[in-house]
Ligand binder design. Structure first.
Ligand code: GDP
Length: 194
């Protein structure tokens, strides 16, 4: 994918604030600190299109970015940050579930899991919602540079098992080395072509 332009469109908390569903959309979701901002910035080759929040998880906003004037990338709020007040944490589920259920232009969702961790109940629930709404799921293991090759293979096998997916379905990604960038774009282009 050649990136000619990447612009922030708007932030939303509820459907009334979403931009019109005029472009195919790909959403990104993961635990706070999983490397979601870094991954999106790496994909679109911008250093700070998506800003890293200094207090992760504090802002529960859905951010919309338009790429090349015809593809919307959506940064969903991170979840699972322990220091976030319980009331804010509780909003995450309904907010993301509403987005997935209502967003007619949503084609695919990249679900990020730290390569050093295992998918947990939040990821499993999210993948369930996505499948129910026929949104293609792209699982990505982030920060792959933090593990040795052997550890990576082990972690990918365990994650694939937990998600009930083929190992090859999981993309190994590093914002540091840019490992997986092309593989991820290829997967997204495949989804968008349908
Ligand atoms: P977000 O909260 O999910 O948006 O996560 P960020 O993209 O802000 O990243 C959280 C922290 O992990 C930051 O300190 C990043 O520099 C670091 N990080 C993100 N991606 C990578 C990666 O691929 N490799 C390494 N080593 N660190 C990463």
């Amino acid at each position: 994918m050649i990136i000619k332009s990447a612009e922030f469109i708007t932030s939303a908390v509820q459907p009334a604030h979403y931009p019109p569903p005029d472009h195919p959309e790909i959403a990104f979701a993961g635990r706070s600190n999983v490397g979601k901002s870094s991954l999106i910035n790496t994909l679109v080759r911008r250093k700070r299109l998506v800003k890293t929040s200094s207090t992760p998880g504090r802002t529960q906003l859905i951010n919309f970015f338009l790429i090349n004037g015809d593809l919307m990338l959506v940064d969903l709020p991170g979840y699972g940050y322990a220091k976030v007040p319980a009331a804010v944490r509780k909003q995450w589920g309904p907010m993301v579930e509403t987005y997935v259920a209502r967003r007619t232009s949503l084609k695919g969702a990249v679900v990020l899991v730290d390569a050093r961790r295992r998918p947990e109940v939040e990821e499993l629930n999210l993948i369930d919602w996505l499948r129910q709404h026929r949104v293609a799921v792209v699982p990505v293991l982030t920060k792959a540079d933090k593990l040795s090759k052997t550890e990576l293979i082990k972690q990918r096998r365990a994650a694939a098992q937990a998600l009930d997916m083929a190992e090859e379905a999981l993309i190994l990604f590093s914002a540091k080395s840019r490992l997986g960038k092309e593989a991820l774009w290829q997967r997204l282009e495949g989804i968008l072509a349908h």
